[in-house]
Design a protein. Structure first.
Length: 181
């Protein structure tokens, strides 16, 4: 057995057999915020913090976090009030949402150490978290609303939304299609 502190609560975890941290979080503790994507440390969907540092939980043996402080997206704040979560909501970053806990945890750890980063530093820090929906521009923000995936976009085929935006320079704001200002 090993003691693991997850979101400020201690848990006694059986080490035989020894599962990866992600399995313990999701299957044993019911904390399904960290996602299973590749299971090979490649996509970042499972990113959590261990003593404040981002770690890929799918390839982290549970024994290596014994006695250490693990933070999942559920433990980042009690009310989604962490500054990164508030920024994510304000910028309407998520699309399907699958990668977003990993994105947010990586961003929170990075901004903790680099409160005023450059765009290049942000790109480097976030590069390892893959997003199949392509939310990268919203993560970096500062871009004006435009094509599909931008704030205020109704559900519409990406090709149609982007074609309208390219042709008119205006985003689709409602359906049936009506051009925004
Ligand atoms: S699920 Fe862990 S890195 Fe992809
Ligand atoms: S929001 Fe869908 S994978 Fe990133």
């Amino acid at each position: 057995m090993a003691t693991v502190i997850v979101n400020d609560r201690s848990h006694e975890i059986d080490l035989d057999p020894q599962p990866p941290l992600l399995w313990v979080l999701r299957d044993t503790l019911g904390l399904t915020g960290a996602k299973y994507g590749c299971g090979m440390g490649l996509c970042g969907a499972c990113t959590v913090l261990v003593d404040g540092e981002p770690r890929r939980a799918c390839v982290t043996p549970i024994s290596t976090v014994a006695g250490r402080r693990v933070t999942t997206i559920q433990g980042l704040s009690p009310d989604r009030g962490h500054s990164v979560q508030r920024a994510w909501i304000a910028e309407q970053v998520p699309q399907c949402g699958f990668c977003q806990p990993g994105q947010i945890m990586a961003a929170a750890a990075f901004l903790d150490r680099h409160p005023d980063p450059s765009d290049a530093e942000i790109d480097r820090a976030m590069a390892g978290i893959l997003c199949r929906c392509g939310t990268y521009q919203r993560v970096r923000s500062g871009q004006p609303p435009g094509g599909v995936g931008e704030p205020g976009m109704p559900p519409i085929a990406p090709a149609v939304a982007n074609a309208v935006f390219v042709a008119t320079g205006k985003p689709v704001r409602s359906l049936p299609i009506r051009l925004g200002t």
